[in-house]
Design a protein around this ligand. Structure first.
Ligand SMILES: Nc1nc2c(ncn2[C@@H]2O[C@H](COP(=O)(O)OP(=O)(O)OP(=O)(O)O)[C@@H](O)[C@H]2O)c(=O)[nH]1
Length: 221
């Protein structure tokens, strides 16, 4: 455990989006606060990052994918992940249009509404903008996820914010899933009826009988 705070939950994050939208640039900016103009486009890399979020010591694993091809290996990555950063470039309309397909693939593989943040990168190229802020916001609303615009090259605070926010969402969902599930209503009804029939005072009143004298209350299995 780190001296910076109590141990929090860990998270595994995959960064997805069309080739060239700036996935590697965003990850490297988040991890090192630096911007490097060129990365090996075929390189797929997992980074282990230790940080503090909300005064908790946290381990993040971040997988920076290369391009967007769906392979068996990619499906494995999706199953491995707790949450996803979906990236498009505001200067590349096609990269934005591909986001819904990516999200659909994730939900199909995860068999649930997968935890995501949507990120429109390259806001420094505003003179080449092909996707408005509102369009990004609307798609994020449809996907029930948070939305950010940013520039990996300029490096605003929002880059840390969306990684941290995704971590918080992952943590919230893990907490909900860890809670014991409520018993079914049939189970609850059976318990109530059992208690009533075991109580000597209630037995005569609450236990309907058939003409043959046999108890007829159907207690759910
Ligand atoms: N102007 C500008 N260029 C950016 C920004 N982010 C990334 N780039 C450039 O976009 C190109 C692609 O960046 P990458 O980070 O390699 O993109 P990627 O999505 O990881 O690409 P693949 O690995 O091929 O999937 C590089 O030339 C980057 O320098 C940004 O915020 N603004």
């Amino acid at each position: 455990m780190s001296s910076t705070g109590k141990k929090g939950s860990d998270s595994k994050i995959v960064v997805l989006g069309k080739a060239g939208v700036g996935k590697s640039a965003l990850v490297v900016r988040f991890l090192t606060r630096r911007f490097i103009w060129e990365y090996d486009p075929t390189l797929e890399c997992t980074y282990k990052h230790h940080t503090t979020i909300d005064e908790e010591s946290v381990n993040m694993e971040i997988l920076d994918t290369a391009g967007q091809e769906w392979t068996i290996q990619r499906e494995g990555h999706v199953r491995w992940a707790d949450g996803f950063v979906l990236v498009y470039a505001i200067s590349d309309r096609q990269s934005f249009e591909e986001i819904s397909n990516i999200k659909q693939n994730l939900d199909d593989i995860k068999k649930t509404n997968s935890m995501c943040v949507l990120v429109g990168n390259k806001t420094d190229l505003c003179h080449e903008r092909k996707v408005s802020y509102m369009e990004g916001q609307n798609v994020a609303t449809d996907m029930s996820c948070a939305f950010y615009e940013t520039s990996a090259s300029e490096g605003g605070e929002e880059i840390s914010e969306f990684f941290h926010e995704l971590h918080r969402e992952i943590k919230r969902r893990k907490q909900v899933e860890a809670k014991p599930r409520r018993r079914s209503s049939a189970h609850q009804v059976r318990n109530v009826l059992n208690k009533m029939f075991k109580s000597p005072g209630n037995k005569q009143q609450m236990s309907p009988t058939s003409p043959t004298g046999k108890q007829q209350v159907a207690v759910p299995p």
